[in-house]
Write a protein that binds this ligand. Structure first.
Ligand code: PEP
Ligand code: MG
Length: 891
């Protein structure tokens, strides 16, 4: 049997999203429910992949299935493509599995030509509408399919309006549009050296090609990269009979969200334009009306829309983003999809849907993306600070940001790359500006509504955004905007509040975020479900406090080297490193001991009995010494200016030692437990500081559970020696103080050899913590300090690697070693505690992986703790669902 590449809306069964794309699957679903959906068919994602496999050619098989479906569409609608007496017009839209708003191409009014336009004019008795639709089609088709810059058409139209003395398009008559159409066709001829194609079937297949091609356009590729959407999925193409929102004042088009996508408030939200086509709303060219006023403009339609929205939300059990068109007073639904929303809205919606009994707690937890929570943990404008509003627009995406004004997406990207904070200000954004929105702190547009691209894209990324701020006048040529009597120039600093839509001049102080009651509730639910702990990586009392505030169950990694870096300690640390003899070194270590001890006491006190994993010194010692190049310059200068000074002698001595400690490959050099092996006195000092601190804190009646962790072990004998070192000092201090310490000794697993010999290593370890930063470095052989800047981005851009392995754990490679580490370790000690403390410990997919391996906890930076708590709950729920064969549908 032939493969089925084309499905009519009433032909496909449920659950074919992978094949039909999100839009196609939902159109079929709505058709089944009996909603007023214009009829049509979907060409599958498999056809898109076949198209690419064949070298960007539509196969005969797909072509004939399209023609067959077209024939059914013609029969159902009783219209024919290209029939002047009764023309069928269709829309051709992309529709990937994961929604990628505006990233790919669409063509409306397809089927129009010099003959059908006349038929349309007669049938509708509205020649002006027919010719306007035709010129829109020529413009859109030529831009999308023939790659003619829109500018030429817009410019011609503007000139035409000027010649006629018109102010807006609505003043153009049918005769005017006929002249514009002729002009547009000459533009096409001039630009692409071919006549505008009049054959509707040729138009159709050229457009299908173009939509498939748009899967790989620059913005779609960037969007996929940002949202980790795999490139092999392909897009479906939806072909649907047209309905017209631009047939007069009883027509219109709009977008409705079943709940407010910024706040989550359970109230219909959206906007519409009377007498317009869908793309006018989404493209942000005209500023639309809020949906509430549709109740006055078209009360019956409004009522029907409210009911349909309710029905769709209940059906999909999630907030929906719905596109609709009203043609001659009749409502049509063109699309429904899960609404993109801010973190705040996602949480409120999830919590309220549980209260409304639309879903249970576990389902609600799966509805919130852990990555989004980050948005809620950042700054907002200090309300106490006096400030004067410069202008205000629509609050399109919440959050506050400060930066220098730039007017161009490329420049936003360049300056951000140089570490500058910028705010992108544009009359409107198009999907081509997406890289600028990504790079900027925030985006402001003077046109467009809450569903314009800038708004949708910024919300998805958690970037602050203000849209439709028409009180500012932007002058792109002179690079400035005017708000009232103030002129803001390129490079001036402004602050914006995306939650209120306000713009302020200059920098305004921000305050720390607080967690809303709903957020707290969601995290409590997470903790109820999660069968995995979440700890924080914290090296000082401030971070430890943050960790507790965000709900960490302990500290999973306290890096002790940061305590050495303190400016006041550096001279002592340096003299310890530069000591010629062990006795000399011990002298410096004796000075460092009380300092370390005090650090530990403060952290232990802060953590109030929660477990704390303290890792002994890890980095190579030369990191604490002055830079060699700088020293060399100083020595050379002194040789010229003061050749007999004692300062020169000291610096020369220092330079000699810096050179001695220098290594060609410091990351693979004398670091980690290798320091403790060669200079045990350093680790002895640290262990003494830990136990003394424990004793002192216990005297205050506070419990302390410490886990002493040995870094970069690759052979069990290293751990054996270091374990002896720790227990000897532990026994000694317990003897001296008469106290019994609650402590464990464990190791990091961060070299392939450690992972492969974990059964032996477990003999000496009470716990394992996977240091996946180093494990990734040593498994790939990629320098964690240099790879990202030098070649990793290139790898990710070209799909050599799906994700940056330093961000999301490489499950196929590094993951195998982690799996081996856990399994072998537990073979030796079934109760061995295991966790992860590399950067991956805060990343949702890596968390799922660690949970599936049976790890006890993940540890990440304090600000990622809330998101990791939710991810741990999701990992538990998904794991259980998969094991009980109830695989969840991820949208
Ligand atoms: C690791 O290597 O994953 C780790 C947590 O240690 P560090 O980043 O300090 O090397
Ligand atoms: Mg490490």
């Amino acid at each position: 049997m032939n493969n089925q590449f084309v499905f009519l809306f009433d032909q496909s069964e449920k659950g074919k999203k992978e094949l039909l794309g999100g839009k196609g699957a939902n159109l079929a679903e709505m058709t089944r429910i009996g909603l007023p959906v214009p009829y049509g068919f979907t060409i599958t994602t498999a056809a898109c992949n076949a198209y690419y496999d064949a070298g960007q050619v539509i196969s005969k098989e797909v072509e004939s299935q399209v023609l067959e479906a077209l024939h059914t569409l013609e029969t159902k609608t009783d219209k024919r493509l290209g029939d002047p007496a009764n023309p069928l017009l269709v829309s051709v839209r992309s529709g990937a599995v994961h929604s990628m708003p505006g990233m790919m191409d669409t063509v409306l009014n397809l089927g129009m030509n010099d003959d059908t336009v006349e038929g349309m004019a007669e049938l509708t008795n509205n020649p002006r509408f027919a010719y306007d639709s035709y010129r829109r089609f020529i413009q859109m088709f030529s831009n999308v399919v023939l790659d003619v810059d829109n500018y030429f058409f817009e410019q011609r139209l503007e000139d035409f309006r000027e010649e006629k003395g018109y102010h807006s398009d609505t003043e153009l008559t049918a005769e005017d549009w006929i002249q514009v159409i002729a002009a547009f066709k000459s533009i096409v001829l001039k630009q692409v050296k071919r006549k505008f194609p009049e054959d509707p079937k040729e138009q159709l297949f050229l457009t299908i090609n173009a939509v498939f091609d748009s899967w790989n356009n620059q913005r779609a590729v960037l969007y996929r990269r940002l949202h980790h959407i795999p490139g092999h999925l392909g897009t479906a193409v939806n072909i649907q009979s047209m309905v017209f929102g631009n047939m007069g004042d009883d027509s219109g088009t709009g977008v409705a969200f079943t709940r407010n996508p910024s706040t989550g408030e359970s109230k219909l939200y959206g906007e519409y334009l009377i007498n317009a086509q869908g793309e006018d709303v989404v493209a942000g060219i005209r500023t639309p009306q809020p949906i509430a006023s549709l109740q006055e403009d078209m009360p019956d339609v409004y009522q029907q829309l409210v009911e349909t929205c309710q029905l769709l939300e209940n059906h999909y059990k999630d907030m929906q983003d719905i596109e609709f068109t009203v043609e001659g007073g009749n409502l049509f639904i063109l699309q429904t999809r899960t609404g993109k929303r801010t973190a705040q809205a996602a949480i409120r919606t999830a919590v309220e849907m549980v209260k409304e009994k639309i879903m249970d707690q576990r389902e609600a937890l799966l509805r919130v993306d852990p990555d989004q929570l980050d948005q809620l943990l950042h700054h907002r404008i200090d309300p106490e600070h006096k400030r004067e509003q410069l202008a205000a627009g629509l609050p399109a995406s919440p959050g506050a940001a400060t930066g220098q004004v730039v007017f161009d997406a490329d420049e936003a990207e360049e300056l951000s790359r140089d570490g500058k904070k910028v705010i992108l200000v544009r009359p409107e954004t198009t999907p081509d500006d997406i890289h600028g929105i990504v790079a900027a702190q925030a985006t402001v547009t003077s046109r467009g509504g809450m569903t314009s691209h800038a708004a949708v894209v910024a919300r998805g990324m958690g970037k602050a955004c203000i849209c439709g701020c028409d009180s500012i006048k932007i002058h792109l040529e002179s690079k400035q905007f005017i708000a009232g009597s103030t002129t803001v120039n390129h490079g001036d600093t402004i602050t914006i509040d995306g939650s209120t839509g306000e713009i302020f001049l200059g920098e305004i102080p921000m305050i720390e975020p607080e967690l809303s009651d709903e957020f707290q509730l969601l995290l409590r639910w997470s903790d109820e479900e999660a069968k995995m702990g979440v700890r924080a990586n914290a090296d000082n009392p401030v971070d430890a406090e943050k960790a507790l505030e965000f709900g960490a169950g302990g500290i999973g990694l306290c890096r002790t080297e940061h305590m050495f870096m303190d400016a006041s300690r550096i001279p002592t640390v340096q003299s310890m490193i530069l000591s010629e003899t062990t006795a000399e070194r011990k002298e410096s270590l004796d000075k460092l001991l009380p300092m370390q001890q005090q650090d530990f006491e403060q952290i232990f006190e802060t953590m109030q009995g929660h477990p704390i994993t303290v890792r002994l010194l890890d980095p190579p010692l030369h990191e604490f010494l002055p830079d060699k190049e700088e020293l060399l310059v100083e020595v050379t200068k002194l040789q010229l200016t003061d050749p007999h000074s004692s300062e020169l002698e000291e610096k020369q001595n220092l330079l000699r030692k810096v050179r001695l400690l220098e290594e060609s490959n410091p990351m693979l050099g004398h670091r980690g437990c290798r320091l403790g092996m060669i200079h045990p006195e350093i680790y002895e000092m640290q262990v003494k500081a830990i136990f003394n601190a424990m004793a002192n804190v216990m005297d205050k009646g506070i419990n302390v559970t410490s886990e002493i962790m040995i870094p970069l072990v690759s052979h069990v004998n290293e751990l054996k020696k270091m374990r002896q070192l720790v227990t000897t000092i532990g026994d000694q201090i317990q003897g001296e103080t008469g106290k019994t310490f609650d402590y464990l000794i464990g190791t990091m697993i961060e070299t392939p050899r450690a992972a492969l010999t974990a059964d032996q290593i477990a003999e000496e370890a009470d716990f394992f913590s996977f240091g996946t930063n180093d494990l990734t470095q040593t498994t790939f052989g990629f320098s964690r300090d240099d790879a990202e800047g030098k070649f990793l981005q290139h790898y990710v851009d070209r799909d050599v690697l799906k994700r940056n392995p330093f961000v999301s754990l490489d499950q196929e490679g590094v993951g195998k070693l982690v799996e081996s580490g856990v399994k072998l370790g537990r073979k030796t000690k079934s109760t061995l505690k295991t966790g992860i403390c590399g950067e991956h410990g805060g990343e949702k997919e890596s968390i799922q992986f660690c949970f599936d391996l049976g790890m006890d906890y993940v540890s990440c930076s304090p600000f990622r703790v809330p998101s990791a708590r939710l991810a741990a709950a999701q990992a538990t729920i998904r794991h259980e669902q998969i094991n009980s064969k109830k695989v969840p549908q991820y949208s």
